[in-house]
Design a protein around this ligand. Structure first.
Ligand code: NAD
Length: 229
């Protein structure tokens, strides 16, 4: 049976594709405070601004491509069972060719009904037309887990972490919970690899730290894990 590689990614893995992380820009997301664009209160207060903000982010995502870190992870699938848990809302893991991806914080390429969260619509292109309604007559919202909202995919993500033989953490400040807490579900004998150019504080032992950018660090980690197949 193939061993399990579980991977937790954050905004840093997509930075070299040209998508900014927000903690690297003074806590602002493309010049907006998260309270202005990434909370349900913001959506209620100014849905036009929130729609426009995500339209712009979507345009950026569709205009960029996966980088060497996204593509290196795909190589693991030949010899391992690989599961990616991403905090990212972009679709760069999918476009690189990874198969099993859990989006903890939603997907920018989709919209959903506010009151009926299972009603999800995939957008064709970058633009959400402002005011588009769900079948119940209410405005469709971006399929994003906003700050302060529940994270429904956290339970399946915890289950995957419990079964990890290898765990890789890439480009996340480990500041956003509950995602950051996933590390504590990884078995104590599991080897953990961490790739981030900045020092990321974690009390976990057993970590092999690659303090460098994702496009150089991730191919090294992949090579090291492939050598242990
Ligand atoms: P974060 O902004 O808190 O942290 C980003 C981390 O990436 C930092 O530790 C930083 O040192 C690291 N980093 C920067 N450049 C890197 C590189 N080239 N290679 C590797 N690491 C690099 O991001 P987060 O922890 O993911 O949390 C922010 C939340 O904001 C996410 O959960 C997500 O929902 C949202 N977000 C998503 C995107 C995206 O989809 N690409 C982009 C920005 C924000």
């Amino acid at each position: 049976m193939k061993k399990n590689v579980v991977i937790l990614t954050g905004a840093g893995i997509s930075a070299e594709s040209g998508i900014k992380t927000f903690r690297d820009s003074d806590g602002l997301w493309e010049n907006y405070r998260v309270e202005e664009v990434a909370t349900h209160e913001a959506w209620e207060r100014n849905p036009r601004l929130v729609t426009q903000f995500y339209n712009n982010r979507r345009k950026e995502v569709l205009n960029t491509t996966p980088n060497a870190a996204h593509t290196a992870l795909v190589q693991l699938e030949k010899d391992f069972h690989v599961e990616i848990i991403t905090q990212n809302i972009d679709n760069l893991h999918e476009r690189a060719g990874s198969k099993n991806i859990i989006h903890l914080h939603g997907e920018i390429t989709k919209l959903r009904s506010d009151r009926h969260p299972d009603h999800i619509v995939t957008l064709n292109g970058w633009e959400q037309i402002y005011g588009e309604k769900d079948p119940w007559g209410e405005p469709l919202r971006p399929h994003i887990v906003w700050f302060g909202e529940a994270v429904p995919m956290i339970e399946p993500a915890m289950e995957l972490c419990r079964k990890a033989d290898f765990f890789i953490v890439i480009g996340t400040s480990l500041n956003v919970y509950p995602a950051a807490g996933l590390l504590y579900y990884v078995p104590s004998d599991c080897k953990i690899y961490l790739v981030d150019p900045k020092t990321v504080n974690t009390s976990m032992k057993n970590i092999a730290y690659y303090q460098e950018k994702a496009t150089t660090g991730v191919p090294k980690v992949v090579k090291e894990i492939l050598a242990q197949r």
